[in-house]
Design a protein around this ligand. Structure first.
Ligand code: AMP
Length: 306
């Protein structure tokens, strides 16, 4: 039973207070799949790139146990391109360029061998494409997790609401939760968003951790205080990859497992921000990941006799 990941596979150009990159490999599905690959293999990928996308980067994905049968290559077109610039505090960024290119008319074709999908991660992409993927699954996956961003709230609001109503878990950041719900309080926002369909809502707060809500419970995981934060690009996707990868590995969708999955997702995201782009998450060991998770446990574990 497999894990299927969809989302953008892209070129990114990133500017942070610490430096600037030219076009490097990025995209939501890239980060999700690389991160999830530390927990579950193979990862089945459905995405699209142009003829300009380096074969060496596709090979890199394959080396991580990512099946690229579902990666369409449009030889005469250009890959999705995104450029962003972070402010000094690194918590906020401006999108400078979004060139959809091959994503503009992306028709997500699901290879027959991917139909045994038990866990579906809908990485950031046009909500219509995300819902098309759900509709093309012959059997509904056990868990559907969806990520999105303000860009789609601005230009495809109705499609977004429809897709949100079809998923089990929605992950968004605090700013996006406020935009979507029109509520400032994240508790009120969570109540409104959970009424839109999903059973679970994850609200990411960057260096301030993440919340997991369902209708009855709430769980909070901090982010690790890190010495070096170089580039937050992809942290949300890396988080999502760790989250769904952990759940797929344990094949359990209880709230308790989701709590652990949030910690693993946060640990993966903490690696991602330490270097530019995907650099830090392409070469991790199980020991390094376990040590990071232990740091989380040490950070928040306390006993109070009441
Ligand atoms: P994150 O930092 O987690 O929000 O994710 C950043 C990644 O999302 C980058 O690698 C971009 O290529 C990708 N991205 C940015 N805008 C979009 C968009 N509108 N649709 C799909 N992917 C996007």
């Amino acid at each position: 039973m497999s894990l299927l990941v969809i989302g953008s596979v892209a070129f990114d150009a990133i500017e942070t207070p610490f430096g600037k990159t030219d076009k490097i490999i990025g995209g939501a599905a890239t980060y999700v799949a690389l991160s999830a690959s530390y927990f579950k293999k193979p990862i089945n990928l459905v995405a699209v790139v142009g003829g300009d996308f380096p074969k060496s980067d596709i090979h890199l994905l394959e080396q991580h146990g990512i099946d690229t049968k579902g990666l369409q290559i449009k030889e005469n077109e250009k890959s999705f391109f995104w450029a962003g610039k972070y402010h000094n505090d690194m918590n906020s960024r401006d999108t400078l360029v979004t060139e959809l290119n091959v994503l503009a008319d992306f028709d997500p074709i699901i290879p027959e061998s991917y139909q045994d999908c038990k866990y579906l991660m809908l990485g950031n992409l046009a909500p219509k494409v995300q819902s098309t993927v759900i509709n093309r699954m012959k059997k509904r996956p056990k868990l559907i997790v969806m990520d999105t961003m303000n860009f789609w709230m601005d230009i495809a609001h109705e499609d977004l609401l429809e897709t949100i109503s079809m998923v089990d878990v929605l992950t968004i950041n605090d700013e996006e939760a406020r935009q979507l719900s029109k509520e400032y309080s994240l508790v009120k926002a969570s109540k409104k968003i959970l009424q839109m369909g999903p059973k679970y809502l994850i609200i990411k707060k960057g260096e301030h951790g993440a919340f997991l809500f369902n209708k009855e419970q709430v769980f909070f995981a901090p982010a690790l205080p890190l010495e070096d934060v170089f580039d937050p690009t992809g942290a949300g996707d890396t988080f999502a990859g760790g989250f769904i990868g952990y759940i797929a590995k344990h094949d359990d969708i209880s709230f308790e497992t989701m709590k652990n999955a949030i910690i693993y997702g946060s640990a993966m995201a903490s690696f991602c921000v330490e270097k530019f782009g995907t650099e830090r998450i392409i070469n991790l060991s199980k020991t390094q990941i376990d040590q990071r998770v232990q740091s989380f446990v040490d950070l928040v574990q306390f006993e109070i006799a009441l």
